[in-house]
Design a protein around this ligand. Structure first.
Ligand code: HAM
Length: 445
């Protein structure tokens, strides 16, 4: 990659270049982007109601940031980062948003300005995974991070917010899983207990788990390998080993979820694939729509040690990230807002400049307007208007323009009427807001 010299293109044998996107990455065409925008807009509205404000951080970070936060023994850091060298710098495309937000929070001394910060982000993440439905190498997350609130009320509210968001979008068969990994003391106890449990079963584990389980035994609980899953099935539960403080936090979370009426299941195998979690972890999955086997719509949890671990002051933190591709697969058809745009069709050379000024005035009235300046036939201009999804075509002819009128074609209702230029905007507005069967008589009258 970079850092190396990029080889020059060979012109000796001209070969057409490959135009497919890079493996695991997708082009999203404008029609599809409209579905994304609907979801993103709803996400913004929801999280802003809870006091979250948007943050934007770079796509590239020092590789070391992810090694120190996401964790060196996680699959993400071990195998999946897109890393490049540039001079003496080792940089990686962010595989997740949490480390970048934490770095920004510390670097900008945000902790010194506000006791609690609530941030959200929407953007692309990069992991070199084996692509399949719902799993890509470039994917998009919408996520939130809260700094400075130790919970557990905040944890419960976040989970309830997400359950409400997904249900209101219309996603069925939602499953909310929660667990606690305890703080560092409970974790250390659990680690020892888990190693004690796994050691006599080491030969049954996958080769990767055999190598790693003493270093990071929790990964075995998270492994997708059948051998590890079988061994993990009877593993001890961390909930039984929580310190009194961690246990109080856990009980507080369940109590608050009950008070909110959020349906949840306790899943003691839910350790999550990243190293930084403490206490609360959660995931929401669904088996609806075209989502397939990659059915975790979102995941998150508390990470009370990260900010201090990266050199900031001790600051409790919690967050989640939702995979937008998976959300859209689960959603299926979405009711998109109508695109009531207007195509202007000047019939001759002399009508083209008047069409430009008319378009300007229609846009000032808020109509999405396009001028067809190609100088082609009316038939071809109408074809373009229809193909582009226009609701109206305004035909500007020489004789009509001399009389101060145009022909307004309602392409959806297959109607046509002559309208004075001075009242065109009002007429368009009336047609847009009129119910489907009322315009014909109005148009005649
Ligand atoms: P994560 O579980 O690694 O957590 O990812 C969160 C969500 O991103 C997943 O549930 C899934 O919907 C989506 N996702 C992950 N990988 C892919 C992929 N290769 N293709 C498509 N979608 C994917 C995190 O990333 C944490 N940063 C969440 C968090 C925020 N924890 C605390 N704060």
């Amino acid at each position: 990659m970079a850092g190396r010299r990029v080889p020059a293109v060979s012109h000796e044998i001209e070969q057409p270049m490959k135009l497919k996107p890079v493996k695991g990455m997708q082009d999203i065409l404008p029609e599809e982007v409209r579905r994304w925008q609907v979801v993103e807009e709803r996400f913004r509205r929801t999280v802003e109601l809870f006091g979250f404000a948007e943050v934007r951080t770079p796509l590239l970070e020092a590789t070391e940031l992810f090694q120190r936060s996401t964790g060196e023994t996680t699959e993400v850091v071990e195998k999946q980062m897109f890393t490049l060298e540039r001079g003496s710098e080792l940089l990686s495309l962010r595989p997740e948003g949490t480390p970048s937000c934490a770095r920004t929070f510390i670097h900008e001394s945000v902790y010194a300005k506000q006791p609690v910060s609530r941030w959200y982000y929407i953007g692309p993440m990069f992991r070199a995974e084996q692509p399949q439905r719902g799993r890509y190498r470039q994917f998009h997350q919408a996520g939130c991070e809260v700094y400075g609130d130790p919970g557990p009320l905040c944890d419960a509210e976040l989970i309830d917010m997400l359950y409400g968001f997904l249900s209101e979008l219309g996603i069925a068969e939602l499953k909310v899983s929660v667990n606690s990994l305890g703080g560092s003391e409970s974790r250390a106890r659990y680690r020892d207990e888990l190693i004690r449990y796994l050691k006599p079963r080491a030969a049954e584990l996958s080769p990767h788990a055999q190598e790693r389980f003493e270093q990071n035994p929790l990964r075995v609980l998270d492994s997708k390998d059948e051998r590890d899953r079988a061994a993990a099935a009877g593993a001890p539960s961390i909930i039984d080993l929580l310190t009194p403080e961690d246990s109080a936090h856990w009980q507080g979370l369940l109590g608050a979820l009950d008070a909110l009426g959020t349906p949840y299941q306790v899943d003691q195998q839910l350790v999550r694939g990243l190293d930084y979690y403490t206490r609360t972890t959660f995931e929401i999955s669904s088996t609806t729509g075209a989502i397939g086997s990659q059915n975790a719509l979102l995941g998150g949890g508390r990470y009370d040690d990260m900010i201090e671990g990266l050199g900031g002051p001790a600051t409790p933190a919690i967050g989640f990230a939702m995979g937008l591709e998976r959300l859209l697969l689960a959603l299926g058809d979405l009711a998109l807002p109508p695109r009531s745009w207007v195509a202007l069709a000047p019939l001759g050379e002399a009508q083209r400049n008047p069409a430009l000024t008319l378009a300007k005035s229609l846009r000032q009235h808020g109509f999405i307007t396009e001028v067809d300046g190609r100088g082609t036939s009316l038939k071809s201009m109408l074809r373009k208007a229809n193909a582009g999804g226009a609701r109206f075509c305004v035909v500007i002819g020489e004789a009509e323009l001399a009389r101060g009128v145009v022909q307004l074609k309602d392409l959806e209702r297959h109607e046509q009427e002559e309208v004075p230029l001075t009242t065109l905007a009002e007429r368009l507005a009336a047609r847009v807001s009129a119910p489907a069967n009322s315009t014909e008589s109005e148009a005649r009258g």
